[in-house]
Design a protein around this ligand. Sequence first.
Ligand code: IMP
Ligand code: MG
Length: 184
Amino acid sequence: MDGHDDRRLDVLITAEELAVRVAEMARQTAEAIECRETIAVVALKGGLIFASDLVRHLPDLRALDFVQARSYGAQTAPSGEVRIVRDVETPVAGKDVLLIDDILDTGNTSATLLDHLRAQGARTVELVTLLDKPSRRQVPVEPLAVGFEVPDVFVVGYGMDFAERYRHLPYIASLEAGEDRAKT
Ligand code: IMP
Ligand code: MG
């Protein structure tokens, strides 16, 4: 036992619900942006699975690239310090950019990435995020599309991890600590 095995997963959003909502988000996105002129930028690692489903509904996108940010400090106590550890390779100066991210929590990560892309001279920068935890927001961010609002619980699956576990799950679940399980 590695100490994680007593954590309980409670499904919050099923694979079927994700598929329906992601298709709706793609329609909403396609109406709002000019796909042919747009470079989609996936925020690794959490945005990977959401983005791979979303972009397959957006075949007109001009290009697909990746960026990775790392937030320093405990997951539950945001430090506000976000560093870009992997940058886009596609020049974005003068281009329209669509950032695809997994979750807006404090907003620090997405805000830093959006600022970073703007600083490289992108003509427009928009965000689509699968999840939003509005109760935790510290930095204002206005996404073009949000998949689901979630309460202030730690979620995993469909790209999102706890200590690199659970990213591959096809659904989104809340992660409960082992102590909680013992009480219930
Ligand atoms: P923020 O900078 O506080 O908005 O946090 C954004 C990043 O923290 C996300 O892109 C995720 O990688 C991670 N994160 C925030 N909340 C959760 C969660 O509930 N589960 C998994 N990862 C999370
Ligand atoms: Mg992320």
